[in-house]
Design a binder for this molecule. Structure first.
Ligand SMILES: Cc1cc2nc3c(=O)[nH]c(=O)nc-3n(C[C@H](O)[C@H](O)[C@H](O)COP(=O)(O)O)c2cc1C
Length: 184
């Protein structure tokens, strides 16, 4: 399974990156998983600047074509998402909006974090968008409250519950990716 892990926050000092590194290390330890971590700060997509609806796939910019090819190569996606003002990050929305068919019928798992709500309000907002893109979510979702308290020297240390839920999420992604493959 080619698994794309997207780091949803791009601001300096973000905790999304260490959390994504943890997700990457757990996923990459599975023999059947091939991981591609997308750091949206590095990807640096401009605000969506294509003249045509993404459904048409008539892309005019090299950055869109490269993003399209990268997403098309993935069998499954994990979104590592912060909660910003009871929703999710604008960088993530922008990256999702660029494409359409490339997301269609791909399984998606959420790793969310924030304050007391653990980013769950952000995920609720995000599911409206990923549903419109035809993505199918896992039942398991990693929810980390006050995640900053679990980061020391730039490294995120998960608790037992978070580790167990991430395992469940990864267990779900493989069969979902296979089952959805004929629909893509
Ligand atoms: C613009 C902004 C809005 C935020 N809004 C919320 C919020 O609505 N709920 C919440 O629990 N935390 C909120 N926070 C706190 C973030 O969850 C926390 O800063 C987290 O570290 C953000 O993720 P990041 O470091 O990967 O950017 C907000 C942070 C920022 C920068």
């Amino acid at each position: 399974m080619r698994l794309m892990i997207i780091v949803g926050s791009v601001r300096p000092g973000r905790i999304g990156l260490p959390i994504a590194r943890w997700v990457e290390s757990v996923a990459a330890a599975r023999a059947e998983v091939d991981v591609d971590v997308v750091d949206l700060a590095e990807l640096a997509l401009p605000f969506m600047d294509e003249p045509n609806h993404p459904r048409l796939q008539q892309y005019t910019h090299a950055h869109t074509i490269a993003w399209s090819e990268r997403v098309a190569a993935a069998d499954a996606v994990i979104l590592v998402t912060p909660e910003y003002n009871h929703s999710y990050s604008p960088a993530l929305k922008n990256a999702l909006d660029y494409l359409h068919r490339e997301w269609w019928r791909k399984p998606v798992g959420y790793v969310s974090y924030g304050g007391v709500s653990a980013g769950t309000r952000g995920v609720v907002a995000l599911t409206v968008v990923t549903s419109a893109l035809g993505m199918v979510r896992t039942g398991a979702a990693v929810e980390i409250n006050f995640a900053g308290q679990q980061i020391h020297d730039g490294v995120f240390t998960p608790n037992e519950k978070e580790t167990a839920v991430l395992d469940h999420l990864l267990d779900e992604l493989g069969p979902l990716a296979e089952a959805l493959a004929p629909l893509r």
